[in-house]
Design a protein around this ligand. Structure first.
Ligand code: PMP
Length: 395
């Protein structure tokens, strides 16, 4: 084979990609074994039939040709109105680019603000694709470590230091957070915003879990003073409307940045299918009620997990104030999150994500996705606690 580009061969940094336990569990399922999968952020309900009906109507109505690259106007407008209503920041359709999912929006956002070789900061623990996404944009990913005892909130001082050391162009944050469930409080976001202003960085704010808040409130840093012209917000209907497979998301940003991002979309994705956009517009028009209905099981299950954890004291939870995951501290077992997750899968056929899959800051933790029915989830967490207790007695 002829030589591939260094850009594409270095997207993963080599070594572990963090998905070993997930793929092992999938293989066990394919081989006919019963595995409880608490790994990825996929709802246990499918996209609502009413949304699928809207998609069907649109496709039959002929919306199967090329759609407008920036997104159909009505959807851009609906996203803009939703954002303006929820955050107070002035937003029009011209501030919105519709993208095939939040993931492609993350890539496009880094393409927009980092030149090749520029440093892009991100917070560890992080959603597993972040460093690869930054490298795909030919930028240099630098992680800001956080600590369990600080609820995994990033320290503004450490951000400033890293920004100055690397002359960073951007900082990527994610609240509510995957994998930790942290919801960044206002004071923390204000301090982060100030570091972006002081060190002249863009803030890329991944808000794909904005409808899943269990404690506190969701604050979009784009609405903070001085931030509207240096923030790109990544959004998606994957989590809020159980539309992961529809690949529909957006970027919110200054009009000039969106215009450049439209050029990028024209030369990469060439937009999003019109029938998906029409279904997404229908989904947004259902308002808060549908979003609350989709978030409700996670709210309930997060409380259930806390009840189960209260029965013992080997495993503790990181306060999970949002998103569809709970991070459990299993350091009492003396095992790494990776070894614990592998052993749990072998012994009890329960698959969870090792904390190490999300960076070094979450070592010794596991991430449990709240994506199976309540009884199964409680039983699984009880089994995890018992297993951790047995292991901790051995050490
Ligand atoms: N950001 C975070 C933090 C995520 O967890 C995910 C998906 N798991 C995404 C972005 C991407 O979501 P999508 O591309 O489905 O919109």
């Amino acid at each position: 084979m002829a030589k591939l580009s260094s850009r594409i061969t270095s997207i993963t940094s080599g070594g572990s990609d963090g998905w070993e336990v997930f793929y092992r569990a999938r293989k066990m399922v394919a081989d006919g074994e019963q595995v409880t999968e608490l790994t990825i952020g996929e709802h246990d309900v499918r996209t609502d039939n009413s949304i699928l009906d809207a998609m069907h109507r649109s496709a039959l109505g002929g919306h199967t040709g090329y759609a407008l690259v920036p997104g159909v106007h009505a959807l851009r407008d609906a996203v803009a109105k939703r954002i303006q209503t929820r955050t107070g920041a002035p937003t029009t359709a011209e501030n919105i680019l519709i993208t095939p999912g939040g993931q492609s929006a993350l890539f496009a956002a880094h393409m927009a603000v980092c030149s090749p070789g520029d440093t892009a900061l991100y917070v560890d623990p992080y959603y597993a694709t972040y460093p690869g996404t930054i490298r795909s944009a030919s930028a240099n990913p630098v992680a800001i470590p956080t600590r369990a005892r600080d609820a995994f909130l990033p320290s503004p001082d450490e951000i400033t230091k890293a920004s100055q050391t690397h002359n960073a162009r951007s900082l990527l944050i994610n609240s509510p957070n995957n994998p930790t469930g942290s919801v960044y409080p206002r004071e923390n976001l204000e301090a982060i915003a100030q570091t972006c202003i002081d060190t002249d960085m863009w803030l890329i704010s991944d808000e794909v879990y904005d409808t899943q808040i269990w404690e506190g409130e969701h604050i979009s840093p784009r609405a903070l003073p001085g931030m509207i012209d240096r923030t790109l917000v990544v959004g998606s209907l994957s989590k809020s409307h159980a539309m992961t497979g529809s690949r529909i998301g957006w970027i919110v940003g200054p009009v000039d940045a969106i215009n450049c991002l439209i050029d990028l979309a024209t030369s990469t994705t060439y937009g999003v299918p019109g029938y998906i956009q029409d279904a997404s517009l229908f989904a947004l028009e259902q308002g808060d009620a549908l979003e609350e209905q989709i978030a409700a099981p996670f709210r309930r299950r997060r409380a259930l997990i806390l009840d189960v954890l209260a029965e013992q004291n080997t495993v503790t939870a990181i306060p999970s104030n949002g998103a569809m995951y709970t991070m459990l501290d299993i350091r009492a077992t003396g095992l790494s999150g990776f070894d614990f997750a592998q052993a749990l899968l072998s012994e009890h056929k329960i698959a969870v994500m090792p904390g190490e899959s999300f960076g070094t800051s979450a070592a010794g933790h596991i991430r449990v996705a709240l994506t199976v029915d309540d009884a199964k989830l409680s039983d699984s967490v009880r089994t995890i606690c018992k297993f951790a207790q047995e292991l901790s007695e051995e050490t």
